[in-house]
Design a protein around this ligand. Structure first.
Ligand code: PLP
Length: 369
């Protein structure tokens, strides 16, 4: 049976049209479109509270936020990171003139395997850039211990981890800095957008310089910064979407739990276990297809016949990208390599209904029968 409506792997969350119009109306009065206007300031304050962090600065997108966060640490040498992520993570390291060194990930939740970090550290290592992939949190405590011992900076790619809490603390409180993405496809969006969170206020001025040409005031420019400011229309979208974020995550939770209920116990389909002490954001629903009736790629193609769109997040591994494969070998991270070859991310978004989840799961069962 084919679904009439094509189920996409994700669907952007939009506020009610009228609510957005009401929010942007004042822009026609102030004529203030960008450069840290009223909406920008308001969103920054509200996000500080929601993310439960002491500092947050907004950016025009998550990638420039991450590049800026790395630049703010004034690093040289090698950075330990993971190949099982979006291109942005590694590109941000490389575009800062640093050398990525890939650490393997864990089978259980696809985050950096902390038992393998120390063997990659040498006198050139300056930082660790782990990823809270799918909103699964890294072993933040062990990473902190290793970083302290070796005097390394820790910058988290928390693009997937909006609103996630660990031991009742905002996930952005861990590490030196964290980057959150507010891209259209993420749990919370400002159309495009991102934020950097940090505990130490010393990062504030350098991050502001990075995002606004190093302009200190009308008379002084102190740094060769770029331009990565969030504009007022983006901030207005953020203000609207933040009002319904709890409902939005709760609706994702319902769909997520329905998937778990439907898919647990199917031979050849592995789903991830819930992490202890973590308040999740239900951002993605990856499955791992191993020893199933068909391969991952065949399952993906067959689901398309049911009008169900899925994505191979994350395949290929970053170390297999054309721009990196000459210098890196994906065989050095065997767990990441195997998981990249069998992962398939199923549709998950606010509006996905339990009936649609049932339809997707039944399709998977039919294909496996
Ligand atoms: C989305 C994403 C980014 C980049 O964020 P943008 O807001 O799209 O620039 C970085 N890292 C990961 C893991 C992401 O998923």
């Amino acid at each position: 049976m084919k679904n009439d409506k094509r189920l996409m792997v994700t669907e952007s969350t939009l506020p009610k049209f009228e609510d957005y119009i009401a929010e942007i109306k004042s822009i026609w009065e102030t004529k203030w479109l960008t450069n840290m206007g009223e909406k920008h300031q308001k969103l920054e304050n509200e996000l500080k509270t929601y993310l439960d962090v002491s500092n947050v600065l907004l950016f025009t997108n998550g990638h420039l936020a991450l590049e800026s966060a790395i630049e703010a640490c004034d690093l040289k040498g090698e950075v330990i990171t993971t190949p099982f992520t979006f291109a942005s993570t590694t590109h941000a390291i490389v575009r800062n003139g640093l050398k990525p060194v890939f650490c393997d990930i864990t089978e259980e939740n696809c985050t950096m395997d902390v038992s393998k970090i120390e063997s990659l550290i040498n006198e050139n290592t300056c930082a660790i850039v782990p990823v809270h992939v799918y909103g699964n949190i890294c072993d933040v405590e062990e990473i902190e211990r290793i970083a302290k011992k070796h005097n390394l900076v820790v910058i988290y790619d928390a693009a997937h981890a909006f609103g996630v809490k660990y031991k009742n603390k905002g996930i952005g409180q861990y590490g030196d800095l964290s980057m959150f993405s507010f891209h259209a496809t993420k749990v919370f969006n400002t159309i495009e957008g991102g934020g950097v969170t940090f505990n130490d206020p010393k990062y504030k001025s350098i991050l502001n310089n990075n995002k606004n040409f190093g302009i200190l005031n009308q008379d002084e420019v102190v740094f060769a910064g770029g331009n990565a400011k969030m504009n007022e229309f983006q901030a207005a979208m953020g203000l609207c979407n933040l009002r319904s974020i709890e409902t939005s995550i709760d609706r994702r939770r319902v769909a997520y739990e329905r998937y778990v209920e439907n898919l647990k116990g199917i031979k050849g389909i592995r789903i991830m276990d819930k992490q202890a002490d973590v308040q999740q954001n239900y951002s993605y629903f990856p499955i791992f297809v191993e020893d199933f009736k068909v391969t991952r790629d065949e399952l993906k193609d067959k689901l398309e016949e049911y009008n169900i769109n899925t994505r191979k997040y994350f395949y290929p591994l970053i170390s297999d990208f054309e721009c990196y494969r000459n210098e890196h070998k994906s065989d050095d991270t065997p767990v990441a390599k195997r998981l990249a070859n069998c992962v398939l991310t199923l549709p998950l978004y606010q509006e996905l209904t339990v009936e649609e989840v049932d339809f997707i799961c039944n399709a998977i069962k039919e294909i496996g029968a």
